[in-house]
Design a protein around this ligand. Sequence first.
Ligand code: PLP
Length: 356
Amino acid sequence: MGSPMATTCLIDRYAAYLPVTPRTPRIALGEGGTPLVRAPRLEAETGVREVWLKVEGMNPTGSFKDRGMVLAVAKAMEEGAASVICASTGNTAASAAAYAARAGLECAVVLPAGHVALGKLAQAIVFGARVIAVRGSFDDALVVVKELAAGGEATLVNSINPYRIEGQKTAAFEICETLGDAPDALFIPVGNAGNITAYWKGFVEAARTGMATRGVRMFGFQAAGAAPIVHGRPVAEPRTIATAIRIGNPASWKSAVEARDASGGAIEAVTDEEILDAYRFLAGCEGVFCEPASAASVAGLRQRARRGALEGIERIVCVLTGNGLKDPDTAKSFSPSLTEVAPTAEDVRAAIRALS
Ligand SMILES: *Cc1c(COP(=O)(O)O)cnc(C)c1O
């Protein structure tokens, strides 16, 4: 099944590095090939020579989840599955629902009630998934879908599905290709810890296959109220405004710690206040609108810069995992009521001045 769109197919582009066969369906919605944007204001603030933003919100459903989902769904098709299922804080659900729709598979998504950003919920609904909210956390939802998948009811497409990690590692390849080599350090938000695992795998393979000549230090950031890896124990009731990383017991905990230790990196906590500061800085000073969880990478960079903990690091890539439009409520909370005036130049001019 070829893609009818004039877009590159991630599976085809990296087939040599992925567990695909000639029979793997080449489904595609335009995933991957996301922009790497230089961040001059962040460079000025942190004193780092080069800071780049990998804008994963430009993927078809607005998050990096599409890179892994396209492969997980293609492999499910290849293996004859009729339906897929996942637990999700929102973006996995949006992505699974889209690719399942594309592939003609049934899709069920299980979400933590009351803690999913509006845009993600809208996507899961309109892509036609069966959307179930559970009274519990993401971690509770993951336990349930694992049980259902183990019973053979559907293929699990959470990041414990190895194809998710395989697809997601392509972002590391793209960074090496664009920069001509691996960066000194990667800064990345950590939730269920699949993505930090995937980037690490990608950078290790990039070094092995000649795409890169150097290693990368991996710096992961959890929200302070949902920082199990930082504290070394699960968090029963994770709390943070960054709903995409509101996870208390990450599935890829062990491999995240391995990535941290093997790369000479760190996994640290950033507060919700630091996350929201970085979120507004990125939008207001760099022109890049990401979702709150994504800003954890940049919050971590700014925190380390303040502590003077960036020695020997001259080229950094921060991963911005998801699009800001996913979470309109957070954006709107900074200006809850709009100024309304009469439609005259005089009134509008006065209103603009009042806001300056
Ligand atoms: C899923 C997600 C994360 C966390 O990624 P993990 O692989 O679970 O660590 C971070 N940000 C956004 C926007 C996400 O959708």
